[in-house]
Design a binder for this molecule. Structure first.
Ligand SMILES: Nc1ncnc2c1ncn2[C@@H]1O[C@H](COP(=O)(O)OP(=O)(O)OP(=O)(O)O)[C@@H](O)[C@H]1O
Length: 252
């Protein structure tokens, strides 16, 4: 079951450099939320706070609350490793495990979670590759290296790997920026298909992409959330002049 998220007063630092300045935002379940804004405004930092990846970097700090359904993920009793299996992440550059086969790349998280039964592993690997719209292209070469795939296929492999452990939220940090237009199209259709099963947050520099796929869009500037609304409203009738300037290409 997909879940929603909410941040209240979320602030984040690298050393004494404050990046996020108090973000209040709602992430609807079974929806696609796009985060847009100029380079360096804190988009990646924000999504990394949503599954506690920010704290993996030395000398970082977070304040405020991040609600995952009715749980504050920064509460003391939360295990960040378990949390990250429920709030998965896909990065800008496809990063399959280089020494593993296609099958093992997808099975890796399941094996870490203790799944040993071979037919169950095969079933879940196939289902994840189907969901990632990659199955037909790889079903006859599951034992080949993940690195033997094209960039676009590798990114779908990484999406399949993230989906295999059935996350409730999928955070995607510019997942198509390294891909050609055809592969980008595949990823976009896939993301739209997936939202019936998983809540999606996607960081993108591609405004057309946000307009095409997102239900809601957030515009960030200098670590602040300037405007958050239905995507149509952000692009067609933004309330803030800075959003208007950004979406119409006047800066950024
Ligand atoms: N590991 C780090 N250590 C120190 N500062 C960092 C680190 N990662 C990011 N920053 C700084 O935090 C700020 C926000 O970076 P972030 O990557 O969140 O922005 P962004 O909006 O995702 O940018 P882009 O669109 O270029 O990816 C930038 O000033 C950046 O230099």
């Amino acid at each position: 079951m997909a879940k929603g998220m909410k941040t209240n007063g979320l602030k984040a630092w690298y050393g004494n450099h404050q990046i996020l300045k108090g973000i209040d935002m709602q992430i609807d379940k079974n929806a696609i939320t796009a985060i847009i804004g100029p380079s360096g405004c804190g988009k990646s930092t924000y999504v990394r706070c949503l599954n506690r990846m920010h704290e993996v970097i030395d000398e970082t700090r977070v304040e405020g609350q991040v609600w995952f359904d009715d749980q504050n993920i920064y509460a003391e009793n939360i295990d960040p490793v378990e949390l990250r299996s429920r709030i998965g992440m896909v990065f800008q550059k496809p990063n399959p495990f280089p020494t593993m086969s296609i099958f093992d790349n997808v099975a890796s998280g399941l094996k870490l979670n203790g799944v040993r039964n071979k037919s169950m592993l095969s079933e879940k690997v196939e289902k994840s590759l189907q969901m990632a719209a990659l199955w037909d292209e790889v079903k006859d070469r599951l034992n080949h290296s993940g690195m033997s795939l094209s960039g676009g296929q590798q990114q779908r492999l990484c999406i399949a790997r993230a989906l295999a452990i059935e996350p409730e939220i999928l955070l995607m940090d510019e997942p198509a920026s390294a891909l050609d237009p055809i592969s980008t199209g595949h990823i976009e259709s896939l993301v739209m298909e997936l939202k019936s099963q998983v809540t999606i947050v996607i960081v993108t520099h591609n405004l057309h992409q946000a307009a095409r796929i997102a239900d809601n869009t957030a515009f960030f500037l200098n670590g602040e959330l300037i405007e958050f609304n239905r995507t149509h409203d952000i692009f067609m009738s933004p309330a803030d002049q800075r959003t208007d300037d950004y979406v119409s290409g006047r800066f950024g």
